[in-house]
Each structure stands twice: as C-alpha cells, then as structure tokens.
Design a protein around this ligand. Structure first.
Ligand code: GSH
Length: 223
C-alpha cells in the first residue's frame, strides 16, 4: 500500500518531507489539504489525522504520524537511508539540529509567517512587538548557524542529511514572511549550494512559490 502524505503544496513543512522522500526514492501518494480553506482544521481531519490541525501527516496503512521531522525519520528508517547521517556521531548531531530547529529556529519563522502573511491575508493588523520579538530570536539563532556554516557545505559531516532540510525550512517563505536570512552570508551560501546541488530541493521550492504566489495573487494580496 502506498504511503500517503497529506499537505498543502505551499507549505514549507510539507516540502521537507516531499524532498526527502524523492531523494530516498520512496513512492508517496500526495493528498492535497487546502490550508487556506482551513481543511486541516475540520473535525474530521483533527480526529483522524492530527488533533493539532497541522500538516504534513503521513498515513501508512493504519499508522498515522505527524511532524515533518518524525515523518522523515520514519521514511529514512524504512530504506536505511544515509540521510540520517553516516556515522554514529553524525546521526546524533543530525538529531541535535533537527530537535533544535523545531524549538529555536523554525518556530520564529512560523511566527513571522503568521504575522506578515496570515494576518495580511485575513485583513488583520500585525502585532509589531511580536514581530520584533520573533526577529530578535531568529537573528540570535541565525548568528550561531552562520558561524557553524563557515566553510561547510552541509549542517553535519560532509554529506546532505535530514538536518539540512529542517534548518532550510525558513527559506521556503523568504520573500513572503521575510525572515532576516539575507544578513547572514554563510547561511545564504549554504542554502544556495543546497538549491544548486540538490535538484529535489529546487523543485519543491518552485512548487511552494507557485502555490503561494498564485494564491496571494488570487486574493489580491501584495506583501
Ligand atoms: N512542527 C510542524 C509544523 C507544522 C506546520 O506548522 N504546518 C503548517 C503548514 S507549514 C500547517 O499545517 N498549518 C495549518 C494551520 O495552521 O491551520 C512540522 O514540522 O511538521
């Protein structure tokens, strides 16, 4: 039975999974969830797939799993992928960055998305102190990442791992939610290298951009 992945093509979180699945050669069936129509917030979605009303969600037979990082580890485990790291130490460092990026990195990019994109689409006014707080936290984390990435092509070791996708997540909405990434040259160079050396990451960028830009145009929103 094919593994189903639920999500919206405009989602940077879904993109982390679809990119990794493609690289690992795992066939998935995409199930579209229109987040702008609130399709992840229905009672049916919450009771069957994710009580938090968030995507992506994996369905593998009767097994349901949410959180993109957990889904990627599950997929990697199925095929013994080296995307989890090549040595034991690398594998724990991959986990370190994956856990850290959920709590200390992407959360602030998500806040900037909610404030700058979500609220604009809904016609609500932005909370400037919240934006300033999120930007401050994001910058503190970006500074450390920028130092870590000096002279490196990948987050861990010498090869692409799941940590790269988790850290790269905020680049998905860079021109819309405007996280201050462009002030950190090593981060930008690392991400440019990902786009050039990992065609699957470039493909999913185009998918996110197309979905987001056409949606924003359809509702007359210019950011
Ligand atoms: N920590 C979660 C984040 C998931 C998340 O924020 N998903 C967003 C799309 S990128 C979503 O489904 N939002 C739906 C909503 O808020 O209604 C993960 O990494 O999977």
């Amino acid at each position: 039975m094919t593994i189903k992945i639920y999500g919206d093509p405009g989602s940077g979180s879904l993109r982390r999974v679809t990119t990794a699945a493609k690289i690992m050669g795992i066939e998935i069936e995409r199930v579209n969830v229109d987040l702008f129509k609130g399709e992840s917030q229905t009672d049916e979605f919450k009771s069957r797939l994710n009580p938090h009303g968030l995507t992506p969600v994996l369905e593998d037979g009767d097994f349901i799993l949410y959180e993109a990082a957990a889904i990627n580890l599950y997929l990697a485990n199925k095929v013994d992928s080296l995307l989890v790291g090549t040595t034991e130490k690398d594998r724990f460092q991959v986990l370190q960055w994956m856990f850290w990026s959920g709590e200390q990195w992407r959360i602030f990019a998500t806040t900037l998305f909610d404030e700058r994109v979500g609220k604009t689409v809904m016609g609500l006014s932005k909370n400037e102190p919240v934006i300033a707080f999120a930007e401050g936290k994001f910058r503190a984390a970006a500074k450390v990442l920028n130092q870590h990435l000096e002279g490196r092509k990948f987050m861990v070791g010498q090869a692409l791992t799941l940590a790269d996708f988790d850290i790269a997540g905020p680049f998905s909405q860079i021109d819309r939610s405007k996280p201050p990434l462009r002030d950190y040259p090593n981060l930008m160079a690392w991400h440019d290298n990902l786009l050039q050396s990992v065609p699957e990451w470039a493909e999913t960028k185009a998918e996110v951009d197309n979905r987001m830009d056409s949606f924003l145009e359809s509702v007359g929103v210019k950011l």
